[in-house]
Design a protein around this ligand. Structure first.
Ligand SMILES: [Zn+2]
Length: 302
């Protein structure tokens, strides 16, 4: 799939994960460093990890075809600009050209969830049309149609977390009410199951197993919302596989099996939904996979 060595970075709110890939797409170096917020912080830290990855791979930076970056926020890929990356303290930054000026090789940007979709399809050997559902602090999808990532006219493709579906109409930071993200995400979980603290994904599974009814309700709500997200993706692009990833993966099989069972029940009730075969097409991104960093590297323009 690739023929030149590349570097890929997954720039998140707390850490930057980076990989160096060789000509055949094998990982030859991997690093994780803490994120530094603010425009200068993002530039300095990404430049530092690029140098570390090249050293780790035993090559000079100039020997790589480019750096690919997956970053949260609205990405203008053509101009290398990221906007509204709030958890990095960045409102608008021409990260592509600015970092290219520091490291001396081309830099391309992608939304982090799109990058994860590309990386998931590559590492899991999934061809054709693939949807990647990220259940993290928020809810968003990355979409690949017939092998090509779909980014949309303005970089908003896959932002299905802001589809209003919930009649309880909780306020969403986007300005709407009842968004899918207010039902099925880490931030939703924190709001409706406060007992779980700041990292409810870790605590929820144990509380459900211990028979806590509030935790059970919270998990069921999460499963329902996630299953709705999978159906939205099913009807939009009819994927051959739907890969689930993101921080809520910590919940493990109670989440995945719950999503599969909800979809299977809906398939039993509707031949129309059954024809999408979603319950059998749900897959789980392997634990610890640096999918967004790998996908960003693969998406580097040759
Ligand atoms: Zn919203």
């Amino acid at each position: 799939m690739i023929t030149t060595p590349r570097i890929g970075l997954d720039v998140g709110g707390t850490k930057i994960e980076g990989v160096a890939l060789d000509e055949s797409g094998e990982i030859v170096a991997r690093r994780v460093i803490p994120s530094v917020p603010g425009e200068e912080g993002v530039l300095t830290s990404t430049a530092a990890i690029v140098a570390e990855l090249a050293t780790g791979a035993g090559r000079g930076v100039a020997e790589f075809a480019g750096v690919g970056i997956g970053i949260p926020g609205q990405v203008d890929r053509a101009n290398g600009i990221v906007r509204n990356a709030y958890n990095l303290g960045v409102s608008s930054l021409a990260l592509g050209p600015a970092l290219a000026g520091r490291v001396g090789i081309p830099v391309s940007l992608d939304n982090d969830v799109t990058a994860a979709a590309i990386g998931a399809a590559f590492t899991m050997g999934l061809d054709g049309t693939v949807a990647y559902l990220n259940l993290g602090t928020g809810l968003a999808a990355g979409i690949i149609v017939d092998g090509a990532p779909v980014r949309g006219a303005d970089g908003f493709a896959g932002e299905i977390g802001h589809l209003p579906i919930d009649p309880r109409r909780r306020a969403c930071p986007c300005g709407q009410c009842g968004c899918l993200e207010t039902v099925a995400s880490g931030s939703a979980l924190r709001a409706y199951w406060p007992a779980g603290g700041d990292h409810p994904g870790r605590a929820l599974g144990a509380a459900v197993a211990a028979g806590d009814p509030d935790a059970r309700l919270a998990l069921d709500s999460l499963i329902d919302g996630a299953a709705s997200a999978v159906r939205v993706l099913g009807f939009t692009v009819n994927p051959g596989a739907v890969v689930i990833g993101g921080g809520l993966r910590l919940l493990g099989s109670p989440l995945y099996e719950g999503i599969r069972k909800t979809l299977a029940d809906q398939e039993e009730a509707s031949e129309f939904i059954a024809a999408l075969r979603l319950s059998e097409r749900v897959r789980v991104l392997p634990e610890g996979s640096p999918a967004a960093a790998i996908g960003a590297a693969i998406a580097v323009n040759d």
